[in-house]
Design a protein around this ligand. Structure first.
Ligand code: PRP
Ligand code: URA
Length: 208
């Protein structure tokens, strides 16, 4: 199974607080942002650099700039909880949005919105915290490929083996970076142990 799980102690610490059912939405949002910062470092570890000279207050020296543009694409709505971390790290980032919602009975995602910037040679960071059946991520990847994307990294918080397998089989070129590879799905296609419905926990829309 092709997935990169980030094993940093801080990732495990933050993920555990996200899993905790007593974590309130305001704290959940802050933790989601912090965790995305750590995952984004891993997802961009291999970005190419351009060398150039920079003048320090004392003397010129050799420096570097990122040589590949970044496009971030959160899948609405839960992916929005990961966006601020990316725009903070990559100030020149262009942002697209793909709206997908799983049907509560069938767990099949329905597309309701799409707006993408020009992609060209950019590294596309596809943001969605939950990779469950993989249906949503697969639909989003199809849209990105049609838009010309050639370098896609899917950043998620928790992945299920079912979703990883689907993406690996259909899109072996898409790299997956996650904080955890969990055990599997329950009969409602929720990730176990997971952390529940990420969007509901982020925005306080779940049952109280
Ligand atoms: C959740 C999650 C993913 C999707 C994952 O979104 O954010 O997009 O489910 O499940 P899958 O891998 O089985 O497709 P949801 O459809 O609940 O919408 P929301 O983000 O608006 O809450
Ligand atoms: N979407 C979520 O938010 N959580 C899951 O466990 C599965 C899909």
């Amino acid at each position: 199974m092709q997935i990169e799980v980030v094993h940093h102690p801080l990732v495990k610490h933050i993920l555990t607080r996200l899993r905790d059912e007593t974590t309130e939405p305001s704290q959940f949002r802050a933790l989601a942002r912090q965790l995305t910062l750590l995952l984004a470092i891993e997802a961009t570890r291999d970005l190419p650099l351009r060398e150039h000279t920079v003048q320090t207050p004392l003397e010129p020296t050799q420096g570097h700039s990122l040589a590949q543009p970044i496009v971030a694409v959160p899948i609405l709505r839960a992916g929005l909880g990961m966006l601020e971390a990316i725009t903070e790290l990559f100030t020149e980032v262009r942002v697209g949005y793909i709206g997908l919602e799983r049907d509560e009975q069938t767990a099949v995602a329905r597309a309701y919105y799409c707006k993408l910037p020009p992609i060209g040679e950019s590294r596309v960071l596809l943001l969605d915290p939950m990779l469950a059946t993989g249906g949503s991520a697969a639909q989003a990847v199809e849209v990105l490929l049609k838009a010309g994307a050639r370098d896609i990294v899917h950043i998620c918080v928790v992945a299920a083996p079912e979703g990883v397998q689907l993406l690996n089989e259909r899109f072996p070129q898409v790299k997956i970076v996650a904080a955890s590879l969990d055990r599997g799905l329950n009969d409602r296609k929720f990730i176990l142990p997971g952390l529940g419905d990420f969007g509901d926990r982020l925005y306080g829309t779940g049952a109280r």
